[in-house]
Design a protein around this ligand. Sequence first.
Ligand code: NZQ
Ligand code: ZN
Length: 387
Amino acid sequence: MRNFNYDIPTKILFGKNKVEEMMPEIKTFGSRLLLAYGGGSIKKNGLYDTLVTLFKKNDIFVVELSGIQPNPRISSVREGVRLCRAHKIDLILAVGGGSVIDACKAIAAGVNYKGDAWDFMIGKAQVENPLPIGTILTLAATGSEMNGGAVISNDETLDKRPMGHPSLRPKFSVLDPTYTFSVNKWQTGAGVTDIMSHIFELYYTTDKGVFVPDAMAEALMKTCLQYGLVAIDEPENYEARANLMWAGTLALNGMLSFGKLPGDWATHMIEHEISAIYDVTHGAGLAIIFPVWMEYVLDADNAWRFAQMARNVWGVSEKDDLTAARQGIEAVRDFFSRLGMPSRLSDLNIDGTHIAVMAKKACVYGDLGNIKKLKIDDVRSILEGAL
Ligand code: NZQ
Ligand code: ZN
C-alpha cells in the first residue's frame, strides 16, 4: 500500500426526507442562495415545490439558474457566475445529476476569479477561494456529489474538459434515493454503467498487494450487478435505488484510490472526446469504449488483475488468467447490454469521420492511462475497434 491522507470532508445526509435536515447546513454559509437545476425533472417529481416551501419558511433569498444541460455548457457556467456576483450569493445549491453539480462547481470557482471560467478547464487558472456548494442528488452516477471534480463542455470549440480541486468538494450532499425513482430506464442504465466504469478506472492500476481498495471495489461492482437491472425494471424499488446511490457516491469520492495509484482514466478521457463532438450520454459512451479498451490493453503481464475481477465479481472459474480475463470482459459487455446500453459507436450513429481528431485531442496533455500507456495511435485503434 502507498502512503495517503484520508480526507473526505463532504457531509452526507442519506435517506428518505433527509432534505428536512438541510437548512442548518445552508445557514452555516448564509441566507443568499443560487438554486441551480436542469431541464425540469425536479419540477415534475415535486422536489422543486418542496424546496420553494422550505426556503420561504426559512427566509432564504433565492436566485434560480435553470436549464443546465447534460454535458453542461460553459455558457451556463458564465451565467451562473454573473448571477452569483450580481446577487452576492453565499452558497450554491445544485439540485440534479452530475451535470448540474459540475456546472455549479465551475461557477463556484469562477465567482472570485477575474478571468473567464473556461480558463480552469484549460489549465490557465488554478481554483482559489471558491464559493461553497451543497447538492441534492437526483441521479446515481457520477459521484460528483462527494468529489472535487467537474467536467464542462464548450459548444464553440467542441471541447469537453475536466477540472478539479479539493476545495470544490460539496460542503454537504442530500442523498434521498426516492428522488431517483423518476429517472428513466436509459439514464438509470447509463448511471449504473458510469458507476461501474469509475470502479474499473480505479481498479485497473499496476499496484499489487492492495487488498482493501480491491475488495471494496469488488463489493461496489457486485452492488451494481445486484441492483442495476432491478432499478431499471422496478424504478420505485427503494432498496435498489438506495444501494445504487450509495455505491455511486463511494465509487468516486476517493475511497477506492487510497493506498494505490489514482487509476487509469484512459477510457474516460476517450469518452469525453466522443461526448464533446456528438453530445452523447456519458454512460452510453463508456459502455461502448470500456470493453474495447479492456481487450486492447490486456496482456500476459496484467492478465492477473483482469482475471481477479473476472473471478471475484463475475463468477468466472477458469484457472488460466488470460482466458479468465477474456471471459470477464465478455461478462462486462453482456451486462452493459442488458442495462440497455449500446455496444458500438454505430449504435449511436457515429462513424469514423472524427476519429483522428478525437484521438489527438484525448492525448492533448500526453499519453493516457496507467495499466498501459496509450499514445494517439492506440486511442485511434480503440475508437476504430468500437465502430
Ligand atoms: O435536466 P433534467 O430535467 O434534470 O434531466 C436530467 C438529464 O436530462 C435527467 N435527470 C436527472 N435526475 C432525474 C432526471 N430525470 C428524471 N428524474 C430525476 N430524478 O437525467 C439527464 C442526465 O442528467 P446528467 O446530470 O447529465 O447525468 P449524470 O449524472 O450522468 O451526469 C453526467 C455528466 O457528469 C460528467 C459527465 O461527463 C457528464 O457531463 N461526469 C462528472 C464526473 C465528476 N464530476 O466526478 C465524473 C464522471 O465520470 C463524468 O465525467
Ligand atoms: Zn464517468
